[in-house]
Design a protein around this ligand. Structure first.
Ligand code: S3P
Length: 458
């Protein structure tokens, strides 16, 4: 007999950021249905409020009164973005097109995240941006920002870090070939392109999540996509589609999808999950590992975000090799995939993982350290051509231990999932970071822990 559990997941974080941003600079009022009310999105909302946008309501329905492309006002003070890397990397695209100067700051982790990837293209488009060249948090009152001299060439391995001082102005369109696959970089350039004269295009090595392109279309922008290249002609005036509905976050569902696979005798149903093909790498990877999962009741309208119900049953997972291409479509889910691999039979190898080093924390370090602490056989190997890969020999009996979140929400939640099947308790310290994306996580996880009935070793 399978025990049936139903899990409620929060709205999609990536789509929520974009909804607030595009609604704010469009003409007309937008009703955003099912907006994520977690720390990161609150930072995006507060940023636009600070620039004069009226945003009212909570979660189920948020009303944004768009001010139009040129309607944002210079904020009275610096804008604090907390831990939100997506806001720090995408918002500058919009700010680059404004005729005022803004300073964006963040917490300790955000102040250590590389920004040259967006600073470089925005400067090519004509924006003036300064940041720090060393990753350290500055005391707000003594903030020294202008350490990067205009035109200074960064040395190898040097980067630019927040705080960022952005002075917008007249932009020119560029054709940008990004060396990394990143939706944040792509989105930032596309948003700046709305303000530029001529055709802006961005191409990347693999196709990253395409929420910005889809939503731009909903706001009336004629975006063209060919493979890994996106382009449109600017300047563009966005028009509100009146309403936008946000599906559940597959990156949050991922913890329960993995848990459903590794727990015995269970059937987990997760309703209304976003299943945009650029995000469903987790489903394909787990299916390849032998997961018993299905997507039911699909809803798929052109240019909107597809969604569906996911049902997962206890599975016998086996180790596989995960390619860099597969990692791109599951970039935020790799930590919980590492956990699933620990409970799979045989060896799992994950290649193309370097971007994990620059997430909210270095997720290779956080997960390898933590999983080793609970007895997993996991290591990082370096291949000459392909760079680093993670090697996990699954099926070891895991035990309880005190581990750290490393201040990273996905590390914290992944380790709590691992704790569902360890002999003895896994205690994760500094759990507050979970509020960034999934404030209700522990409550939802409790529905599974109440069912915990045996220890599984393979
Ligand atoms: C995001 C893109 C990804 C992802 C992040 C959210 C987005 O980052 O890891 O959590 O909303 O655009 P990269 O663009 O750095 O790959």
């Amino acid at each position: 007999m399978l025990k049936a559990v139903s899990i409620v997941i929060p709205p999609d974080k990536s789509i929520s950021h974009r909804a607030v941003m595009l609604a704010s600079i469009s003409e007309g009022t937008t009703c955003i249905k099912n907006l994520l009310m977690a720390e990161d999105i609150k930072c995006t909302i507060e940023a636009f409020r600070a620039m004069g946008v009226e945003i009212r309501g909570k979660g189920e329905e948020v009303i944004v009164r768009g001010v139009g492309m040129a309607g944002l006002k210079k904020p009275a003070r610096q804008i604090y973005l907390g831990n939100s890397g997506t806001t720090m990397r995408i918002l500058p695209g919009i700010l680059a097109g404004q005729d005022f100067e803004v300073v964006l700051t963040g917490d300790k982790s955000l102040s250590g995240r590389p920004m040259q990837r967006i600073v470089k293209p925005l400067k090519e488009m004509g924006a003036k941006i300064k940041g720090q060249i060393s990753a350290k948090q500055l005391d707000k009152s003594t903030m020294l920002i202008c350490q990067v001299v205009e035109g200074k060439k960064l040395k190898d391995k040097e980067d630019i870090y927040p705080p960022l001082k952005i002075k917008g102005g007249k932009l020119k369109a560029i054709k940008y070939k990004s060396k990394i696959t990143s939706a944040q970089v792509k989105s930032c350039i596309l948003l700046a392109g709305l303000y530029a004269d001529g055709v802006t295009s961005v191409s990347e090595p693999e196709k990253s999540r395409d929420h910005t392109e889809r939503m731009l279309k909903q706001f009336g922008c004629k975006v063209k996509g060919e493979g890994c290249k996106i382009s449109f002609k600017g300047p563009v005036k966005l028009k509100s589609p009146c309403a936008i509905e946000i599906p559940g976050d597959i990156s949050s569902a991922a913890f329960f999808i993995a848990a459903g696979c590794i727990l015995p005798d269970i059937k987990v149903t997760i309703k209304n999950v976003g299943i945009n093909p650029t995000r469903t790498g987790i489903l394909d990877i787990l299916k390849k590992m032998g997961a018993n999962l299905a997507i039911l009741t699909r809803l798929d309208l052109p240019d909107c975000e597809p969604s569906g119900h996911i049902v997962i049953k206890s599975s016998k997972l086996k180790g596989i090799t995960i390619s860099p291409k597969e990692v791109v479509r599951a970039i935020d889910e790799i930590p919980v995939i590492m956990v699933a691999a620990c409970f799979a039979k045989g060896r799992t190898i994950i290649r193309g993982i370097e971007e994990l080093r620059v997430k909210e924390t270095d997720r290779i370090k956080s997960m390898v350290t933590n999983l080793r602490k609970i007895g997993a056989d996991i290591k990082v190997e370096v291949a000459q051509v392909e760079g680093e890969c993670i090697v996990i020999n699954g099926g070891k009996l895991l035990h309880g231990a005190r581990v750290s979140s490393f201040g990273d929400h996905r590390t914290a939640m992944s380790m709590l999932v691992a704790g569902l099947l360890t002999k003895g308790k896994v205690i994760v310290t500094s759990l507050g970071c979970i509020n960034k994306s999934f404030p209700d996580f522990v409550k939802q996880l409790d529905t599974l822990t109440m069912l915990k009935c045996q220890v599984v070793t393979n």
